[in-house]
Design a protein around this ligand. Structure first.
Ligand code: ADP
Ligand code: MG
Length: 272
């Protein structure tokens, strides 16, 4: 990683939020069971901000990302991007899934270019853009390889590249590193923090890993389950780049971790 790029101090835009989610509700009913997946969830994300969503399993994190992306519809509530109301699938969002699902018969490059193909970009342009982003994530060397020859960590980087190629206004990432071993995961966290800083990207990132959220986030939205709702939003007031000091044992990290873990213990119980 390049020290100069990450050393740049970044202040998120203090003006109107880039992404606004206001009072979004979502219920699922199946048989005799009705689940309140999201109960009046409100979240504002500033341009250039890195916001993490943390909460127990089933608290609606994936549902929220899917609704923001337009893959799913809210029962109530409104959403705005750049002040414009969001309805349906937006070209300005790119989703990074936990399970990347690359097409095995396409090269890494063609997997990355797939979304651009769907958008009708000419072949030369989409290949050029795909190559650019593969270089950004350090995978230019394997551009022509089939994806199954890549390690799990490399495949997740392809997933990030695929999102980068779309030039979205907002990245929605749903536990993208959740299935990786600790060592690989920490490497990807550092890379993502670098990319975010270099690009001035706006990211909404779901994780169940508290340390990951503290390492990456400007703010962390904490959820309770049943009904799924945001009960607290925590500022992560730690200097960046967070690779430049012993972040994990910094007293501020320890205090934040304690606070969040305690909150999650309560939130896991639900029904209050
Ligand atoms: N398509 C669906 N049909 C029925 N229930 C669903 C559906 N999607 C999610 N749920 C339920 O909504 C709740 C929230 O799910 P989800 O958003 O996946 O949580 P998380 O990502 O935080 O683990 C859970 O109780 C889940 O079972
Ligand atoms: Mg989920």
């Amino acid at each position: 990683m390049t020290a100069t790029a990450t050393a740049v101090a970044r202040e998120p835009d203090q003006g109107r939020a880039l992404l606004e989610v206001v009072e979004v509700c979502k219920m699922f009913s199946g048989g005799e069971r009705t689940v309140v997946a999201l109960d009046r969830v409100t979240l504002r994300v500033r341009r250039g901000e890195f916001v993490c969503l943390v909460g127990p399993s089933g608290c609606g994190k994936t549902t929220l990302l899917r609704i923001i992306d337009g893959l799913d519809e809210a029962d109530a509530g409104t959403m705005f991007l750049d002040g414009q109301q969001l309805t349906g699938v937006s070209r300005d969002m790119a989703y990074v899934f936990q399970d990347i699902n690359l097409l095995p018969w396409r090269s890494v490059l063609d997997n990355v270019a797939l979304g651009l193909e769907v958008r009708g970009l000419p072949k030369q342009e989409r290949q050029q853009r795909a190559m650019e982003v593969l270089e950004m994530v350090g995978l230019a060397d394997v551009a022509k390889s089939p994806p199954y020859t890549l390690s799990g960590g490399m495949q997740q980087r392809v997933g990030v590249a695929r999102a980068l190629a779309m030039h979205p206004k907002v990245f929605l990432m749903d536990e993208p590193f959740g299935q990786l071993d600790n060592f690989t995961r920490e490497g990807l966290q550092v890379e993502l923090a670098r990319l975010w800083a270099e690009l001035g990207a706006t990211i909404v990132f779901v994780t169940h890993d508290v340390d990951e959220a503290i390492f990456l986030g400007d703010r962390i939205a904490l959820f309770h389950v049943n009904p799924g709702r945001i009960t607290e939003i925590v500022d992560v007031d730690l200097p960046r780049p967070r690779t430049e000091y012993d972040f994990r044992s910094d007293p501020r990290t320890l205090e934040l971790r304690r606070h969040i873990t305690q909150h999650l213990e309560v939130g896991r119980l639900g029904g209050r």
